[in-house]
Design a protein around this ligand. Structure first.
Ligand code: PMT
Length: 400
């Protein structure tokens, strides 16, 4: 199931050059599974055509002229009442002022008055217009009324000047929309701690012992937890992945750093999901200067790293739900069962990493969920996001 399946978003588009980015935003939200109804203001129609939005959403895009059509007298009420989120991107200074004043002189502002859904605004305008006390007052009024305002950010503006006025990028806005739409989900009010990626253990200033974990499965867990309404802290080993919008990100390098970060946050968490591939061993003494080839082949003595999950499970104050992953190349079930018991877990995700399409680096995974109460659920090959949703739904049901 797509993350925004059955969610209805009204995307209001107002007259700014950032309209071209709104088409990408509409496309991204549609690809996430949302039903996106676009309303263009007359000024937006100068920059971009309804057909562009219809082509990416597969749905009709509305313009002011529709107010005077056969359904005109109820259109704004229907669009407003059906919406789970009203997102206006780009939002011009003019539309912000109208919204703050409660003016309703076009289909979009009429819909905004009729809507009961959360209002999200992505302002876009020249820097001087954004700084103007009138615009700032509009934003303050709207914020006080509960509107979520994201951006603008600093950068190159259409005027050729640089300053604060650029609309936030579509990917980030889509992330904020996910957070808003997740509110009230099955994990609302829960604090979820996720670890992701592999740790790196220094041998010398330039070399490390690492593993093949990309962080994809852990980042997918963090995103899925946000989609289900949780507050998420993501403790990540080194990776180039972009963290999900809304997650509180802590970057670590070594297993010891990851242990410290997990212990610091575990007491306040309801759930810990350890998808990280933590190095079991580290060089007992990292050289402080680069080891030279001319010095001959070095011997690297190893020391055991802490078992993070085991330590957490032995704490007096710990998350109510402890979820581990078992990355196995053989004897999957027996090894995973062993870790479930020895690490004191509620749930373990047995991950066969010997297959090409599952485990490290790839975008798909194939897992078996084993719970403390003897439950066993084998999942087919799924995307890592789908695996994450299944794991979280199972963990949430056990938490109840
Ligand atoms: O990051 P990707 O490329 O998307 O790959 C995903 C994954 C294969 C890394 C992930 O799905 C996975 O299986 N993660 C667990 C990897 C692992 O270290 O498994 P393990 O069997 O060695 O450890 C068992 C559990 O103990 C894990 O939850 C691990 O985080 C935890 N552990 C391990 C060692 C250690 N010193 N402390 C720990 O807490």
């Amino acid at each position: 199931m797509l993350p925004l399946h059955a969610k209805r978003i009204v995307l209001g588009v107002t007259g700014s050059i950032a309209c071209y980015k709104a088409a990408d935003l509409a496309s991204k939200l549609t690809q996430l599974g949302a039903e996106v109804d676009v309303i263009l203001t007359a000024a937006a129609e100068h920059f971009i055509k309804p057909l562009t939005f219809q082509s990416v959403t597969g749905r009709r895009a509305y313009v002011d002229q529709d107010l005077w059509g056969p359904e005109g007298h109820v259109l704004h009420v229907k669009l407003g009442k059906d919406a789970d989120l009203l997102l206006i991107a780009p939002a011009t200074a003019n539309t912000l002022a109208k919204l703050a004043a409660g003016q309703a002189d076009n289909l979009l502002t009429l819909t905004a008055l009729a809507a009961t859904a959360p209002l999200m605004l992505a302002p876009a305008m020249d820097g001087g217009m954004f700084d103007h006390p009138a615009t700032q007052a509009s934003l303050e009024t709207l914020r006080a009324r509960g509107a979520h305002i994201h951006g603008p950010v600093s950068g190159h503006l259409a005027s050729g000047l640089s300053g604060v006025g650029r609309m936030l990028e579509p990917a980030e806005l889509a992330g904020h929309a996910r957070v808003a739409l997740g509110a009230g989900g099955p994990l609302a009010g829960r604090r979820v701690l996720v670890t992701a990626g592999g740790t790196q253990e220094p041998i010398d200033p330039v070399r490390v012992i690492a593993n093949r974990s990309s962080g994809k499965q852990g980042y997918a867990l963090a995103q899925a937890a946000l989609d289900l309404g949780a507050q998420v802290t993501l403790i990540s080993g080194p990776t180039a992945l972009v963290p999900p919008v809304g997650a509180h990100l802590l970057r670590v390098q070594t297993a010891v750093e990851m242990r410290d970060a997990v212990l610091q946050h575990a007491a306040a968490a309801d759930m810990l999901l350890m998808a990280a591939a933590v190095a079991d061993f580290r060089p007992s003494q990292a050289a402080d200067k680069k080891i030279k080839r001319a010095e001959g082949v070095p011997t690297v003595e190893l020391a055991a790293n802490p078992d993070i999950l085991k330590e957490v499970s032995q704490q007096a104050k710990k998350p109510r739900m402890l979820v581990g992953f078992a990355a196995e190349s053989n004897d999957l079930l027996a090894n995973a069962q062993g870790k479930l018991a020895s690490k004191g877990l509620d749930l373990i995700v047995a991950n066969d990493v010997s297959a090409q399409d599952a485990g490290f680096e790839v975008d798909t995974n194939r897992v078996i969920l084993l719970s403390k109460d003897g439950g066993q659920e084998e999942l087919p090959l799924l995307s890592k996001y789908e695996v994450a949703r299944k794991v979280l739904e199972k963990a949430a049901s056990l938490l109840k």
